[in-house]
Write a protein that binds this ligand. Structure first.
Ligand code: AFP
Length: 322
């Protein structure tokens, strides 16, 4: 079976990029180990909470962030990092050519109930002539991503990755090596499965209300087919399901906090997931344009996210055009 490093070698991925991805996957193995320990790791609960021994416990998302930060900043190919858990980007090494953004533990509110979570990452190039990495250096549209992926901590540990040449998946073996299980994944163009947090329905805008209402009408409605629904509240697990068997995932704008464009973050969730989905033949949209065409103006910018099987994403776009 092909290991991740062999696959990179075969497709002649830039060795410096390979080393950046290595730093991420090695850290993710460490995170997976801690997650597997569950309550026995003493890592459940809130950050800075004392356990019965009077020791300070840190939440796993804080620990995952620290581990990734440490590993990436120690890599001389990394020019800077930006994390969902950090207020500002952090400059890395002077000779580094890559910028990495990451959500260290997506779906972390699911940890305490033992539901699948994951690490999401995106790699950008350091712009030419950049002499000083600042938070603004990261404000590049998703189209400029060099690589993106996630490591899923579920019943098995799975890496999904793209370097702009399709999407491959790897399973973590008992020997600590990621082995390729899928190559050139294709998201089916049509689907009968949707994922959205229905409890927010009354806060959505009219086009989204209309689309979901029509979808719920099933075979007798304008969409002419019966849909099944899933909601894991862990985007990484939802995207994994869509890459595996198709579907549509939506976290639209809602009026609960009108100042926010959506719940999900462009740089840590929207862009990397859109890169994977597009590379697998699916589509992704903020209802007006492909998410990867959104020009970021803030490192923690939020974005409405509609992604998955092409036919359904295009239909959602049409509902928003009328
Ligand atoms: P957490 O990381 O705080 O658990 O949030 C997860 C997430 O960003 C994304 O992975 C889910 O799709 C979404 O939020 C779930 O949000 P709701 O709890 O509002 O359904």
């Amino acid at each position: 079976m092909l290991s991740l490093n062999q696959a990179f070698e075969q497709s002649q991925v830039d060795p410096q990029l390979v080393s950046v991805v290595d730093s991420i996957t090695i850290t993710c193995k460490n995170i997976a180990e801690r997650l597997r320990g569950g309550a026995l790791s003493g890592l459940y609960g809130s950050a800075e909470q004392e356990n019965v021994q009077g020791e300070i416990q840190k939440k796993l998302d804080v620990i995952s962030n620290d581990l990734l930060k440490q590993a990436l900043l120690a890599n001389r190919n990394v020019a800077g990092i930006a994390s969902e858990e950090e207020e500002q980007a952090i400059a890395g090494n002077a000779e580094g050519q890559y910028l990495v953004t990451f959500d260290p533990l997506d779906g972390s509110s699911n940890i305490d109930v033992n539901v699948t979570v994951g690490t999401i990452f995106s790699v950008l190039a350091l712009p030419e002539n950049c002499t000083q990495v600042t938070t603004d250096t990261f404000l590049q549209a998703g189209r400029k991503q060099i690589a993106a992926g996630y490591v899923l901590y579920g019943p098995s540990v799975i890496l999904a990755i793209t370097t702009g040449n399709g999407v491959a998946m790897y399973n973590l073996g008992s020997d600590g090596v990621f082995y390729q299980t899928e190559d050139q994944i294709q998201v089916p163009e049509t689907t009968e499965e949707f994922a959205i947090n229905m409890s927010n329905q009354r806060f959505w805008q009219a086009p989204m209300q209309n689309y979901v209402n029509d979808l719920l009408l099933g075979e007798k409605g304008p969409l002419g087919k019966r849909f099944n629904m899933r909601w894991i509240a862990s985007m990484v697990a939802e995207v994994h399901r869509i890459l595996t068997r198709g579907g549509i995932f939506m976290y639209p704008y809602d009026s609960r906090d009108p100042s926010k464009a959506g719940k999900l973050r462009l740089m840590y969730e929207g862009n990397p997931m859109s890169f994977l989905i597009e590379q697998a033949g699916g589509a992704s949209s903020d209802t007006q344009k492909p998410i990867m065409d959104v020009e970021p103006n803030h490192i923690h910018q939020r974005v409405p996210v509609i992604l998955g099987s092409k036919e359904e994403v295009e239909r959602v776009n049409r509902y928003h055009q009328t």
